[in-house]
Write a protein that binds this ligand. Structure first.
Ligand code: ZN
Length: 166
């Protein structure tokens, strides 16, 4: 069944839902541009989960980049998509984050201001929806910088420590 056929058969099963924080932001990274509707689980995988009552069929807002990362992956639950997207963003931007987006040879004031903006934006995108470890009881996820490594440490739903190396 291709995407078009899946849409015709399964789209009506999906409920609009924004499971996280505010409405009109990407529910995985918090940005407000290039927002798209993401089917969770992916529409092309709907047939695999349609008889499973434990998998809610929801539509959520994601930005284009997060939506493309989630794509057709077998990630039926929102939390799985959320953490996979965080990991992929970390992998994709690890080098930029470690360099604080300063990879040019032009270190003019403007360049540094722009680099700082990009750095802060990316930190905010990766940190969006994650709470500080000391404010959580059962579930703990936080970002850690150490040397040239970045990691999401977690306990709870995802019990392992996930790291991205440069
Ligand atoms: Zn996003």
């Amino acid at each position: 069944m291709d995407r078009k056929q899946s849409m015709a058969v399964y789209n009506s099963l999906y409920k609009k839902e924004y499971p996280l924080i505010q409405d009109e932001v990407c529910q995985c990274c918090g940005i407000t541009s290039d927002l798209q509707i993401d089917h969770c689980p992916a529409i092309t995988t709907a047939h695999l989960y349609v008889r499973n009552n434990n998998i809610p069929f929801i539509k959520i807002l994601l930005c284009g980049e997060c939506n493309r990362i989630a794509s057709n992956r077998l990630l039926p639950r929102f939390t799985e998509r959320f953490f996979t997207i965080k990991e992929k963003l970390l992998e994709r931007y690890a080098k930029d984050l470690v360099n604080e987006f300063r990879d040019g040879i032009d270190y003019s004031d403007n360049y540094l201001i722009e680099a700082d903006k990009k750095f802060e934006l990316m930190l905010n995108r990766i940190g969006f929806g994650l709470l500080r470890g000391n404010r959580l009881a059962n579930h703990t996820y936080f970002l850690k910088f150490h040397g040239n490594r970045l990691s999401i440490l977690g306990s709870g739903l995802h019990s392992s420590s996930r790291q991205t190396m440069m």
